[in-house]
Design a binder for this molecule. Structure first.
Ligand code: GRF
Length: 215
């Protein structure tokens, strides 16, 4: 059984998807938020999961904030730290400490569209496929080794909201899968930065958007 600590800043819908997945090898030890009013905190409390608020504004700089986070996380003997809509950039000290046991979900097909406003930028570029990525976190923002991705079509009449909703549905599917692999001891990051998933099935088929028409 692996001890998992989830960090959130807001809604926590990915956190909820992880709780709903009821992973047999994971014990959600705590949910920590940097925002006291994050709606996800209440969701966790209703499920009797320990919650903690560590407001970043109470600390003079990122290093001090991250040190407080580390102290809290280590207090739960975390095997895995899961960033789920956690909107703070972490220091190199933090990412190095949890190397190979720190996951993030990002709402784009990385390495495209790291950073913010991913759906708006995808729509502006006119891409036909967009999606989401679970990756190990390294010192380079949104560039860590990729674990799993899901692609969705971008529709002609999409708005940022409709596209975000389609991507979010897939986030809720791939994040529990990645955490499940980790907690089963099947997902790891090697010293040379390669992701290994033992006994992963082979993907097949292609997502083509707009779809091909039969002649
Ligand atoms: C998600 O798209 C997540 O990838 C991003 O913030 C959005 C909301 O996440 N970082 P959640 O509902 O708080 O999990």
């Amino acid at each position: 059984m692996k001890s998992v600590v989830i960090l959130i800043s807001g809604h926590g819908s990915n956190m909820q998807a992880l709780l709903d997945a009821d992973l047999p090898d994971a014990r959600i030890a705590a949910v920590i938020s940097n925002q006291a009013d994050a709606p996800g905190l209440e969701v966790a409390q209703r499920r009797a999961i320990s919650t903690r608020v560590i407001p970043h504004r109470n600390y003079p700089d990122r290093t001090a904030f991250d040190a407080a986070l580390i102290e809290a996380i280590d207090g739960y003997c975390a095997d895995l730290v899961v960033l789920a809509g956690f909107m703070r950039i972490l220091t190199p000290e933090f990412t190095a400490r949890y190397r190979g046991r720190l996951l993030n979900i990002h709402p784009s097909l990385l390495p495209a569209y790291g950073g913010l406003n991913t759906h708006e930028r995808a729509l502006a570029d006119g891409v036909k496929l967009h999606g989401c990525t679970v990756h190990f976190v390294t010192g380079e923002l949104d560039h860590g080794p990729i674990v799993i991705q899901a692609a969705v079509p971008v529709l002609a009449d999409d708005t940022q909201e409709t596209l975000a909703a389609r991507v979010l549905c897939e986030e809720h599917r791939i994040y529990p899968q990645a955490v499940r692999w980790f907690c089963e001891g099947r997902l790891s990051l090697s010293a040379d930065g390669k992701v290994r998933i033992d006994h992963a099935q082979r993907a097949d088929g292609a997502l083509i958007a707009p779809p091909l028409e039969s002649p």
